[in-house]
Design a protein. Structure first.
Length: 454
């Protein structure tokens, strides 16, 4: 239990900081920090990194620097060393964001924080700039009353999956060594329900290219016997799902069950914006499909757009595929099985190549421990209800690097990204009450964890 007077005092401080939190998020969202120079100039990522460094320096962290990682991105690292044997907590977040996708699908300006119906809209407002603000607000609320060491690391290329920070941690383990690690890149099961994420799916990304002709051919003169590369690709992609929508990569189990908290189908339909009358896919429960089984998604296809397309058979087509895998599945084996499936299911002896973009292992956090006890108490105090747990369909490969590099550290995943945030999609938003409650929970944790630590 946390003393009521301590809870009340920190709650008041966090509430008073919320206007500053909105100002911070407004500035962060304005940075077009997509870590892909093919789409956005890298200067915006550099400006964002510097802003984050300056903000955490202003929040009381003293050793602040920008560190280039092997993929060219810059990690912001700021710290305030522990004194007198007190534990150290590592706070993680990332400042890069997903591209906006379809600008026309946004109901508010993509790069301008906009308040609408009580939520704050804009790319990165939740994932993960909302979590940057969560960390900032917690540290500002504590001020000089910080009884332990704190290190902040803000990654610059998480959304690209290029592994820069993972390699940096392995090469520089002492920079981020900690007793407890808070991964601020998740969220609650639903608004107002304090939740720790215990498992993450792993990730396998490939680009598959199909080639059939030396060049485009008139569909009237050659259509029929001439092998259509786009049709071949469609045929191949269809082999990755069965009639119920289950992922069917040959040799990859797809019948696992989730035994923890369940996700009601009606709630999921609302959270995911599933259209009326459209069925959910898969023959397991929502929790089974999200957290326990593999899921194959076609992220993109290179093909002619409808407007401007010609009456021509396509000589080549390609697709970017994302395979999510549950804990217990080895990513290298999953890549091998996916590649073998694609090669064996390509129709008409079409030419095929499979390029590996990257892989990430699944992750499961340990339960119990002094940090976990302190965090559960902090979350419960902030929200006024018991803390629960969930799985997460997303992937954070860095978690496994942290677990391997710091085997004695307790790793916990939390944040502001509840389902209504629509992260990675148009109209991303954050509920400011989640920033407020999560910042309070983090402040309470930082204030009390040293009392639980051995």
């Amino acid at each position: 239990m946390i003393d009521d007077s301590r809870i009340a005092a920190l709650r008041q401080r966090v509430a008073a900081l919320m206007p500053q939190a909105k100002t911070d998020l407004t500035q962060l969202v304005s940075f077009k920090s997509v870590a892909d120079p093919r789409q956005f100039p890298p200067e915006d990522c550099n400006r964002t990194a510097q802003w984050v460094a300056d903000a955490f320096a202003g929040a009381g962290l003293t050793k602040v620097g920008l560190h280039e990682t092997p993929d060219g991105s810059k990690a912001v690292i700021a710290s305030r060393p522990a004194l007198d044997g007190a534990p150290t907590v590592l706070l993680y977040c990332h400042y890069d964001v997903q591209p906006p996708l379809d600008d026309d699908a946004w109901r508010t300006p993509v790069w301008e924080l906009t308040e609408k119906d009580g939520r704050w809209y804009g790319r990165g407002s939740a994932d993960c700039k909302g979590n940057i603000v969560m960390h900032l607000t917690a540290l500002r609320a504590l001020g000089a009353d910080l009884p332990l060491g704190v290190t902040l690391v803000a990654e610059g290329s998480e959304e690209q999956g290029t592994g820069g920070l993972e390699q940096f941690v392995e090469a520089n383990p002492d920079l981020l060594r900690a007793d407890a690690i808070l991964i601020g890149d998740c969220g609650n099961f639903t608004i107002g329900m304090p939740t720790l994420t215990e498992s993450l799916r792993g990730n396998v990304n490939v680009v598959v290219t199909i080639e059939t002709l030396a060049g485009p051919m008139h569909s009237g003169m050659f259509g029929g016997p001439a092998p259509d590369a786009l049709a071949a690709l469609i045929h191949l992609l269809a082999s990755l799902r069965d009639e119920y929508g289950n992922t069917t990569v040959a040799g990859l189990p797809n019948d696992q069950r989730w035994t923890g908290v369940q996700y009601l189908a009606d709630q999921f339909r609302a959270d995911a914006g599933v259209l009326g009358g459209v069925e959910l896919t898969g023959n397991g429960t929502v929790a089974d499909m999200l957290w326990a089984r593999p899921a194959l998604t076609v992220l993109g296809i290179d093909a002619p757009k409808v407007v401007g397309s010609a009456a021509a058979i396509q000589p080549a087509a390609r697709a970017r595929l994302n395979l999510r895998i549950p804990p217990g599945t080895d990513p290298d084996q999953a890549l091998e099985l996916l590649t073998a499936h694609l090669l064996s299911h390509t129709p008409w002896s079409a030419k095929i190549s499979v390029e590996t973009e990257g892989t990430g292992a699944p992750f499961r956090s340990a339960s119990g421990g002094p940090a976990r006890t302190a965090m559960e108490a902090a979350l419960t105090a902030s929200y006024g209800r018991a803390t629960t747990t969930q799985g997460q369909g997303g992937s954070i490969p860095l978690c496994n690097v942290f677990a391997d590099t710091y085997p004695h550290a307790e790793i916990m995943l939390l944040g502001v990204e509840e389902p209504k945030c629509l992260i990675h999609a148009p109209n991303e938003s954050v509920d400011p009450s989640e920033i407020e409650h999560m910042a309070l929970a983090e402040a309470l944790f930082l204030a009390t964890y040293a009392e639980h630590a051995p």
